[in-house]
Design a binder for this molecule. Structure first.
Ligand SMILES: Nc1ncnc2c1ncn2[C@@H]1O[C@H](COP(=O)(O)OP(=O)(O)OP(=O)(O)O)[C@@H](O)[C@H]1O
Length: 374
């Protein structure tokens, strides 16, 4: 897999606020970050997502100044900062464990950064109340102890305090992971909204792909100390560059295929109805070249007699699961592999478990990944 570097997404002129150049981090014999380069554009919401142990926290610790890279450079605009400690950097981190002062009031917590800068009491209060309004915290919470408010409200206080630092960049290390599902969903939307309203640069770390998809302008997928792909969410979902990214971004069907003579495609057990030479460039493979064809479950249809689509395969329905508004089917192919199909509940398939079915999808809904199963 080739090392990925990022492209600023908005315009070619967009200057990075933060630039990472060839960052390597070793702990003894263990290399945790393997030559990472990344440009973060001023004002963007970038989410770094990856499995446990891929190096996300190690990376963010370098970015905020809690640790130094073994080699490589970090630029904050025109200033090299990789050896500048956290308290000398004009950035801020919202910790996963909130680190609020439990015996102080909401107001005192939010005002803390202003107090250490010597801002007068009246101005501090004014700013704290402004930030509370921005974070939708009731005004009368100002005098409450942080132990008297809910988990979600404490998160908002932590965010208000982070904003009181007036940082150039806000870093978030899984701030929502300890909260229940419903509250997480609310705060995801609020964070996205807060990003839009403040115009600040947000760099966010999470395990949760859903969180990344809802909030981010761009997503960087990390794997074993490298970025595997950096792009807007839709692009990563629809056109992953590797099988790892395809599988990491939700349920997916991956088929081994090969380029056939005359510009066509060939895959074991798959009938392909693309007239020779007419397949779009997006699914072109040189004759003999081997790759993976990816189709997301929602793009596969149950075909009734007589219906055609660009790709067909047959199998037997082995299971059906209801997932709220959606239905998941597992269809077993002759070689024993499973194909996952997803339908909206109102489009639920009328067949039953054990039925032989024909599945199909069209060329515009699939994507070729230039690697095969290991
Ligand atoms: N101070 C350290 N000394 C030695 N190894 C470390 C140190 N910090 C992290 N590591 C190792 O570096 C690797 C990456 O850890 P890191 O915490 O950055 O991953 P992560 O992607 O944030 O994981 P998670 O999602 O579980 O928090 C792990 O193998 C971890 O054990």
């Amino acid at each position: 897999m080739q090392q990925v570097t990022s492209q600023p997404q908005s315009s070619e002129q967009a200057k990075p606020i933060l630039r990472l150049e060839n960052i390597v981090k070793r702990f003894g014999a263990l290399t945790v970050l393997r030559d990472i380069s990344l440009d973060i554009v001023d004002g963007e919401f970038l989410t770094i997502v990856g499995p446990s142990g891929s190096g996300k926290t190690t990376l963010i610790r370098m970015l905020v100044g809690m640790d130094e890279p073994t080699s490589g450079a970090i630029w904050l605009r025109d200033r090299r900062i990789e050896r500048v400690p956290a308290n000398k950097r004009p950035t801020c981190m919202v910790f996963q464990s909130l680190a609020l002062f439990p015996h102080r009031s909401v107001g005192q917590n939010i005002e803390f950064p202003l107090k250490i800068r010597g801002v007068a009491a009246a101005q501090r209060k004014e700013r704290a109340l402004e930030l509370m309004a921005l974070l939708r915290l009731q005004r009368d919470y100002y005098d409450k102890r942080v132990t008297q408010i809910s988990g979600g409200e404490r998160q908002r206080v932590a965010l208000a305090r982070a904003l009181a630092f007036d940082p150039e960049i806000l870093f978030f290390d899984e701030p929502l992971s300890a909260l229940d599902y419903r509250l997480r969903k609310v705060l995801e939307k609020e964070l996205k909204d807060l990003h839009a309203r403040t115009g600040k640069t947000f760099v966010y770390i999470t395990h949760s792909l859903e969180e990344a998809m809802v909030m981010s302008d761009r997503i960087a997928i990390m794997r074993a100390g490298r970025f595997e792909q950096i792009d807007v969410a839709d692009e990563i979902y629809a056109r992953p560059q590797s099988r790892f990214v395809a599988e990491f971004m939700g349920e997916v069907n991956l088929f081994d295929i090969e380029g056939a003579a005359g510009g066509g495609l060939r895959g074991a057990g798959i009938e392909i109805n693309l007239p020779a030479g007419s397949a779009p460039a997006s699914v072109y493979l040189a004759p003999g070249a081997r790759a993976t064809l990816m189709v997301r479950p929602e793009f596969i249809h149950f075909l009734d007699n007589g219906h055609v689509s660009d790709f067909h395969l047959s199998g037997v329905i082995r299971s059906e699961y209801l997932l709220g508004s959606r239905v998941h089917y597992e269809v077993e192919r002759r070689d024993g592999t499973m194909v996952i199909v997803e339908k909206l509940r109102e489009d639920r398939f009328t067949g039953r478990t054990g039925d032989e079915v024909l599945l199909g999808w069209d060329v515009e809904n699939c994507h070729i990944i230039a690697e095969q199963a290991p």
